[in-house]
Design a protein around this ligand. Sequence first.
Ligand code: 5GP
Ligand code: MN
Length: 339
Amino acid sequence: MKNIQAFKALIDVPGRMVIITHFKPDADALGSSLGLAGFLKKKGHQVTVITPSDYPAFLSWMPGNSEVVALSNESKEPEKKAKTAIAAADAVFCLDFSSLKRIEDLEESVRKAPGKKILIDHHLEPDQFADFVQWDARAASTAGLVFQLIEQIDEKQRIDANIANCLYAGVMTDTGGFRHSNTTQTEFLVASELTGLGANPSYVAKQIYDTNSLERLKLTGFVLSKKLQVVPDYHTAYITLTSDELKQFSSQTGDTEGLVNYGLSIKGIKLSVLMYDRKEEIKLSFRSLGDFSVNEMARKYFEGGGHKNASGGTSRVSLEETLQRFLKILPEYKSQLSN
Ligand code: 5GP
Ligand code: MN
Protein backbone atom coordinates (compact mmCIF):
# COMPACT_ATOMS: atom_id res chain seq x y z
CA MET A 1 0.00 0.00 0.00
CA LYS A 2 1.40 3.38 -1.04
CA ASN A 3 0.02 5.88 1.50
CA ILE A 4 0.50 3.51 4.42
CA GLN A 5 0.91 6.25 7.07
CA ALA A 6 -2.48 7.75 6.20
CA PHE A 7 -4.01 4.27 6.26
CA LYS A 8 -2.50 3.62 9.68
CA ALA A 9 -3.90 6.92 10.96
CA LEU A 10 -7.34 5.90 9.67
CA ILE A 11 -7.41 2.54 11.41
CA ASP A 12 -5.69 3.67 14.60
CA VAL A 13 -8.79 5.61 15.68
CA PRO A 14 -11.62 3.26 16.71
CA GLY A 15 -14.58 3.74 14.40
CA ARG A 16 -17.27 2.05 12.34
CA MET A 17 -15.83 -0.29 9.74
CA VAL A 18 -17.61 -2.18 6.99
CA ILE A 19 -16.06 -5.11 5.14
CA ILE A 20 -17.78 -6.25 1.98
CA THR A 21 -16.93 -9.06 -0.39
CA HIS A 22 -18.32 -10.43 -3.66
CA PHE A 23 -21.58 -12.19 -4.54
CA LYS A 24 -21.50 -15.92 -3.68
CA PRO A 25 -18.28 -15.58 -1.69
CA ASP A 26 -15.75 -18.41 -1.67
CA ALA A 27 -13.31 -19.32 1.12
CA ASP A 28 -10.84 -16.58 0.16
CA ALA A 29 -13.56 -13.92 0.02
CA LEU A 30 -15.12 -14.85 3.36
CA GLY A 31 -11.86 -15.90 5.05
CA SER A 32 -10.06 -12.67 4.18
CA SER A 33 -13.13 -10.66 5.31
CA LEU A 34 -13.59 -12.45 8.64
CA GLY A 35 -9.83 -12.50 9.26
CA LEU A 36 -9.62 -8.75 8.73
CA ALA A 37 -12.80 -8.27 10.83
CA GLY A 38 -11.22 -10.15 13.74
CA PHE A 39 -8.13 -7.98 13.48
CA LEU A 40 -10.06 -4.69 13.32
CA LYS A 41 -12.23 -5.71 16.28
CA LYS A 42 -9.10 -6.28 18.32
CA LYS A 43 -8.12 -2.71 17.50
CA GLY A 44 -11.37 -1.52 19.04
CA HIS A 45 -13.48 -0.97 15.91
CA GLN A 46 -17.12 -1.78 15.47
CA VAL A 47 -17.09 -4.05 12.38
CA THR A 48 -19.86 -5.19 10.04
CA VAL A 49 -19.08 -7.90 7.48
CA ILE A 50 -21.48 -7.92 4.52
CA THR A 51 -21.95 -10.53 1.78
CA PRO A 52 -24.20 -9.69 -1.20
CA SER A 53 -25.64 -13.26 -1.12
CA ASP A 54 -25.59 -16.49 0.83
CA TYR A 55 -22.54 -18.75 0.77
CA PRO A 56 -21.63 -22.45 1.12
CA ALA A 57 -22.28 -24.25 4.42
CA PHE A 58 -18.66 -25.46 4.42
CA LEU A 59 -17.63 -21.88 5.30
CA SER A 60 -19.89 -21.49 8.33
CA TRP A 61 -17.23 -22.74 10.78
CA MET A 62 -15.32 -19.49 10.34
CA PRO A 63 -15.17 -17.43 13.55
CA GLY A 64 -17.43 -14.39 13.10
CA ASN A 65 -19.79 -16.22 10.72
CA SER A 66 -22.83 -15.73 12.94
CA GLU A 67 -22.53 -11.93 12.71
CA VAL A 68 -22.24 -11.73 8.91
CA VAL A 69 -24.98 -9.65 7.26
CA ALA A 70 -25.80 -11.82 4.24
CA LEU A 71 -28.30 -10.48 1.71
CA SER A 72 -31.02 -12.95 0.78
CA ASN A 73 -34.00 -13.31 -1.50
CA GLU A 74 -36.23 -14.25 1.42
CA SER A 75 -35.99 -11.04 3.43
CA LYS A 76 -35.23 -7.37 2.78
CA GLU A 77 -33.96 -6.91 6.37
CA PRO A 78 -30.26 -7.76 5.73
CA GLU A 79 -30.15 -5.42 2.73
CA LYS A 80 -31.53 -2.56 4.83
CA LYS A 81 -29.05 -3.31 7.60
CA ALA A 82 -26.18 -3.48 5.10
CA LYS A 83 -27.06 -0.18 3.43
CA THR A 84 -27.37 1.58 6.80
CA ALA A 85 -23.97 0.26 7.89
CA ILE A 86 -22.33 1.27 4.59
CA ALA A 87 -23.72 4.81 4.77
CA ALA A 88 -22.57 5.24 8.39
CA ALA A 89 -19.12 3.69 7.99
CA ASP A 90 -15.87 5.59 8.53
CA ALA A 91 -14.27 3.10 6.16
CA VAL A 92 -15.53 0.52 3.68
CA PHE A 93 -13.14 -2.34 2.93
CA CYS A 94 -13.75 -4.09 -0.40
CA LEU A 95 -12.20 -7.54 -0.40
CA ASP A 96 -11.54 -10.08 -3.15
CA PHE A 97 -13.25 -8.30 -6.03
CA SER A 98 -11.99 -5.72 -8.48
CA SER A 99 -15.21 -4.58 -10.11
CA LEU A 100 -18.04 -3.02 -8.08
CA LYS A 101 -20.44 -4.90 -10.37
CA ARG A 102 -19.63 -7.99 -8.34
CA ILE A 103 -21.43 -6.71 -5.24
CA GLU A 104 -24.66 -6.49 -7.24
CA ASP A 105 -27.39 -4.56 -5.36
CA LEU A 106 -24.83 -2.87 -3.08
CA GLU A 107 -22.81 -1.24 -5.88
CA GLU A 108 -24.51 2.16 -5.64
CA SER A 109 -24.40 2.25 -1.84
CA VAL A 110 -20.67 1.62 -1.81
CA ARG A 111 -20.02 4.08 -4.63
CA LYS A 112 -21.89 6.82 -2.74
CA ALA A 113 -20.59 5.92 0.73
CA PRO A 114 -19.00 8.94 2.45
CA GLY A 115 -16.37 6.86 4.29
CA LYS A 116 -12.89 6.08 2.98
CA LYS A 117 -12.70 3.10 0.63
CA ILE A 118 -10.02 0.46 0.80
CA LEU A 119 -9.55 -2.16 -1.93
CA ILE A 120 -7.70 -5.36 -1.04
CA ASP A 121 -7.69 -7.69 -4.02
CA HIS A 122 -5.81 -9.82 -6.56
CA HIS A 123 -8.09 -9.85 -9.62
CA LEU A 124 -7.03 -8.43 -12.99
CA GLU A 125 -8.01 -4.93 -14.21
CA PRO A 126 -9.44 -3.34 -11.02
CA ASP A 127 -11.96 -0.46 -11.04
CA GLN A 128 -10.53 2.81 -9.72
CA PHE A 129 -12.75 3.78 -6.80
CA ALA A 130 -10.67 3.33 -3.66
CA ASP A 131 -8.69 5.78 -1.49
CA PHE A 132 -6.31 3.04 -0.33
CA VAL A 133 -5.28 0.07 -2.42
CA GLN A 134 -3.58 -3.19 -1.52
CA TRP A 135 -3.72 -4.87 -4.91
CA ASP A 136 -1.45 -7.43 -6.50
CA ALA A 137 -2.54 -9.66 -9.37
CA ARG A 138 0.41 -11.96 -8.74
CA ALA A 139 -0.79 -12.67 -5.20
CA ALA A 140 -2.52 -16.05 -5.00
CA SER A 141 -5.10 -14.89 -2.47
CA THR A 142 -6.72 -11.84 -0.92
CA ALA A 143 -6.21 -13.45 2.49
CA GLY A 144 -2.45 -13.37 1.87
CA LEU A 145 -2.69 -9.66 1.01
CA VAL A 146 -4.56 -9.00 4.26
CA PHE A 147 -1.78 -10.80 6.13
CA GLN A 148 0.90 -8.77 4.34
CA LEU A 149 -0.92 -5.51 5.09
CA ILE A 150 -1.10 -6.37 8.80
CA GLU A 151 2.59 -7.26 8.66
CA GLN A 152 3.38 -3.98 6.89
CA ILE A 153 1.80 -1.95 9.71
CA ASP A 154 3.73 -4.03 12.23
CA GLU A 155 0.72 -5.51 14.01
CA LYS A 156 1.19 -9.22 13.33
CA GLN A 157 1.09 -9.90 17.06
CA ARG A 158 -2.66 -9.18 17.03
CA ILE A 159 -3.34 -12.22 14.83
CA ASP A 160 -4.81 -15.00 16.98
CA ALA A 161 -5.77 -18.57 16.06
CA ASN A 162 -9.27 -17.56 14.88
CA ILE A 163 -7.95 -14.85 12.57
CA ALA A 164 -5.13 -17.14 11.39
CA ASN A 165 -7.56 -19.96 10.49
CA CYS A 166 -9.73 -17.59 8.43
CA LEU A 167 -6.73 -16.25 6.52
CA TYR A 168 -5.19 -19.68 6.10
CA ALA A 169 -8.44 -20.89 4.51
CA GLY A 170 -8.12 -18.24 1.81
CA VAL A 171 -4.50 -19.08 1.03
CA MET A 172 -5.22 -22.81 0.96
CA THR A 173 -8.24 -22.65 -1.33
CA ASP A 174 -7.08 -19.98 -3.81
CA THR A 175 -3.92 -22.02 -4.44
CA GLY A 176 -6.07 -25.14 -4.87
CA GLY A 177 -4.44 -26.69 -1.82
CA PHE A 178 -1.00 -25.36 -2.85
CA ARG A 179 -1.22 -26.98 -6.29
CA HIS A 180 -2.06 -24.20 -8.78
CA SER A 181 0.55 -22.27 -10.75
CA ASN A 182 0.02 -19.27 -8.41
CA THR A 183 1.65 -21.25 -5.57
CA THR A 184 4.99 -19.53 -4.96
CA GLN A 185 7.36 -19.30 -2.04
CA THR A 186 5.31 -16.35 -0.76
CA GLU A 187 2.22 -18.51 -0.25
CA PHE A 188 4.21 -21.05 1.75
CA LEU A 189 5.79 -18.27 3.80
CA VAL A 190 2.37 -16.75 4.56
CA ALA A 191 0.91 -20.20 5.37
CA SER A 192 3.89 -20.91 7.61
CA GLU A 193 3.51 -17.60 9.47
CA LEU A 194 -0.22 -18.20 9.92
CA THR A 195 0.41 -21.71 11.22
CA GLY A 196 2.90 -20.24 13.68
CA LEU A 197 0.19 -17.83 14.83
CA GLY A 198 -2.24 -20.67 15.52
CA ALA A 199 -3.82 -21.75 12.21
CA ASN A 200 -4.59 -25.47 12.12
CA PRO A 201 -4.12 -26.75 8.53
CA SER A 202 -5.76 -30.15 8.98
CA TYR A 203 -8.79 -28.65 10.75
CA VAL A 204 -9.30 -26.03 8.03
CA ALA A 205 -8.83 -28.59 5.23
CA LYS A 206 -11.33 -30.94 6.88
CA GLN A 207 -13.95 -28.18 7.25
CA ILE A 208 -13.63 -27.03 3.66
CA TYR A 209 -12.88 -30.15 1.63
CA ASP A 210 -14.28 -33.03 3.65
CA THR A 211 -17.67 -32.06 4.99
CA ASN A 212 -19.67 -33.12 1.91
CA SER A 213 -23.28 -34.15 1.98
CA LEU A 214 -23.99 -37.52 0.37
CA GLU A 215 -26.04 -35.69 -2.28
CA ARG A 216 -23.10 -33.50 -3.21
CA LEU A 217 -20.86 -36.53 -3.78
CA LYS A 218 -23.60 -38.15 -5.84
CA LEU A 219 -23.88 -34.99 -7.92
CA THR A 220 -20.12 -35.23 -8.54
CA GLY A 221 -20.52 -38.88 -9.58
CA PHE A 222 -23.37 -37.97 -11.94
CA VAL A 223 -21.33 -35.15 -13.49
CA LEU A 224 -18.29 -37.35 -14.05
CA SER A 225 -20.19 -40.27 -15.54
CA LYS A 226 -22.85 -38.42 -17.53
CA LYS A 227 -22.06 -34.74 -18.02
CA LEU A 228 -18.36 -34.24 -18.60
CA GLN A 229 -17.72 -33.69 -22.32
CA VAL A 230 -14.49 -33.26 -24.25
CA VAL A 231 -13.86 -31.37 -27.50
CA PRO A 232 -10.60 -33.08 -28.52
CA ASP A 233 -9.67 -30.67 -31.33
CA TYR A 234 -9.59 -27.76 -28.90
CA HIS A 235 -8.22 -29.62 -25.86
CA THR A 236 -11.34 -28.41 -24.08
CA ALA A 237 -13.65 -30.02 -21.53
CA TYR A 238 -17.06 -28.74 -20.48
CA ILE A 239 -19.91 -29.55 -18.12
CA THR A 240 -23.45 -28.19 -18.27
CA LEU A 241 -25.98 -28.56 -15.45
CA THR A 242 -29.65 -27.67 -15.73
CA SER A 243 -31.64 -26.44 -12.74
CA ASP A 244 -33.60 -29.74 -12.80
CA GLU A 245 -30.38 -31.74 -12.56
CA LEU A 246 -29.22 -29.59 -9.65
CA LYS A 247 -32.60 -30.05 -7.95
CA GLN A 248 -32.41 -33.82 -8.43
CA PHE A 249 -29.36 -33.84 -6.13
CA SER A 250 -30.83 -31.28 -3.68
CA SER A 251 -27.98 -28.98 -4.67
CA GLN A 252 -27.03 -26.25 -2.19
CA THR A 253 -24.87 -23.16 -2.67
CA GLY A 254 -21.28 -24.37 -3.06
CA ASP A 255 -22.10 -27.89 -4.26
CA THR A 256 -20.83 -27.10 -7.77
CA GLU A 257 -17.54 -25.63 -6.49
CA GLY A 258 -14.56 -27.63 -7.73
CA LEU A 259 -16.43 -29.50 -10.50
CA VAL A 260 -14.69 -27.44 -13.18
CA ASN A 261 -11.30 -28.73 -11.97
CA TYR A 262 -12.16 -32.30 -13.01
CA GLY A 263 -12.17 -31.23 -16.66
CA LEU A 264 -8.71 -29.76 -16.29
CA SER A 265 -7.45 -32.92 -14.60
CA ILE A 266 -7.79 -34.84 -17.89
CA LYS A 267 -4.43 -35.32 -19.59
CA GLY A 268 -3.98 -32.86 -22.47
CA ILE A 269 -6.91 -30.58 -21.55
CA LYS A 270 -6.04 -26.86 -21.57
CA LEU A 271 -9.45 -25.28 -21.04
CA SER A 272 -12.27 -26.43 -18.79
CA VAL A 273 -15.68 -24.81 -18.40
CA LEU A 274 -18.64 -25.40 -16.11
CA MET A 275 -21.99 -23.81 -16.95
CA TYR A 276 -24.99 -24.15 -14.71
CA ASP A 277 -28.42 -22.68 -14.38
CA ARG A 278 -28.57 -20.43 -11.30
CA LYS A 279 -32.22 -19.52 -12.12
CA GLU A 280 -31.66 -15.75 -12.42
CA GLU A 281 -28.79 -16.35 -14.88
CA ILE A 282 -26.34 -18.92 -16.21
CA LYS A 283 -23.12 -18.96 -14.20
CA LEU A 284 -19.88 -19.94 -15.91
CA SER A 285 -16.59 -21.04 -14.35
CA PHE A 286 -13.45 -21.18 -16.47
CA ARG A 287 -10.10 -22.80 -15.73
CA SER A 288 -7.05 -23.05 -17.99
CA LEU A 289 -3.46 -24.20 -18.03
CA GLY A 290 -0.41 -22.22 -19.07
CA ASP A 291 -0.69 -19.12 -21.23
CA PHE A 292 -4.32 -19.46 -22.25
CA SER A 293 -6.16 -16.55 -20.62
CA VAL A 294 -9.68 -17.37 -19.48
CA ASN A 295 -9.83 -13.83 -18.07
CA GLU A 296 -9.79 -12.53 -21.63
CA MET A 297 -12.44 -15.00 -22.80
CA ALA A 298 -14.73 -14.38 -19.81
CA ARG A 299 -14.43 -10.61 -20.18
CA LYS A 300 -15.00 -10.56 -23.91
CA TYR A 301 -17.96 -12.93 -24.09
CA PHE A 302 -19.46 -13.55 -20.66
CA GLU A 303 -19.51 -10.24 -18.70
CA GLY A 304 -16.89 -11.67 -16.36
CA GLY A 305 -13.21 -11.90 -15.58
CA GLY A 306 -10.93 -12.95 -12.76
CA HIS A 307 -7.43 -14.35 -13.17
CA LYS A 308 -5.52 -15.64 -16.20
CA ASN A 309 -6.12 -19.30 -15.30
CA ALA A 310 -9.33 -19.03 -13.23
CA SER A 311 -12.24 -16.80 -14.15
CA GLY A 312 -15.99 -16.59 -13.95
CA GLY A 313 -18.80 -15.05 -15.92
CA THR A 314 -22.53 -14.98 -16.54
CA SER A 315 -24.88 -15.37 -19.45
CA ARG A 316 -28.47 -14.19 -19.77
CA VAL A 317 -29.61 -16.60 -22.47
CA SER A 318 -30.61 -20.23 -21.87
CA LEU A 319 -28.15 -22.93 -20.87
CA GLU A 320 -28.35 -24.54 -24.30
CA GLU A 321 -27.80 -21.21 -26.08
CA THR A 322 -24.91 -20.44 -23.74
CA LEU A 323 -23.28 -23.74 -24.65
CA GLN A 324 -23.79 -23.13 -28.38
CA ARG A 325 -22.32 -19.66 -28.01
CA PHE A 326 -19.29 -21.07 -26.21
CA LEU A 327 -18.72 -23.80 -28.83
CA LYS A 328 -18.99 -21.18 -31.56
CA ILE A 329 -16.26 -18.97 -30.12
CA LEU A 330 -13.77 -21.82 -29.72
CA PRO A 331 -12.43 -21.54 -33.31
CA GLU A 332 -11.30 -17.98 -32.50
CA TYR A 333 -8.86 -19.52 -30.00
CA LYS A 334 -7.84 -22.42 -32.27
CA SER A 335 -4.17 -21.51 -32.55
CA GLN A 336 -3.81 -21.24 -28.76
CA LEU A 337 -5.81 -24.33 -27.88
CA SER A 338 -5.12 -26.87 -30.58
CA ASN A 339 -1.34 -27.19 -30.66
P1 5GP B 1 -15.27 -19.34 -9.84
O1 5GP B 1 -15.23 -19.98 -11.17
O2 5GP B 1 -14.62 -20.21 -8.79
O3 5GP B 1 -16.61 -18.83 -9.45
O4 5GP B 1 -14.37 -18.04 -9.96
C1 5GP B 1 -13.06 -18.07 -10.48
C2 5GP B 1 -12.42 -16.69 -10.30
O5 5GP B 1 -13.10 -15.74 -11.12
C3 5GP B 1 -12.51 -16.15 -8.88
O6 5GP B 1 -11.35 -15.41 -8.61
C4 5GP B 1 -13.72 -15.27 -8.91
O7 5GP B 1 -13.61 -14.25 -7.96
C5 5GP B 1 -13.73 -14.73 -10.33
N1 5GP B 1 -15.10 -14.57 -10.85
C6 5GP B 1 -16.12 -15.46 -10.74
N2 5GP B 1 -17.24 -14.99 -11.33
C7 5GP B 1 -16.93 -13.77 -11.82
C8 5GP B 1 -17.68 -12.76 -12.53
O8 5GP B 1 -18.86 -12.93 -12.85
N3 5GP B 1 -17.00 -11.61 -12.85
C9 5GP B 1 -15.70 -11.41 -12.52
N4 5GP B 1 -15.13 -10.25 -12.88
N5 5GP B 1 -14.98 -12.33 -11.86
C10 5GP B 1 -15.56 -13.49 -11.51
MN1 MN C 1 -9.51 -14.70 -4.13
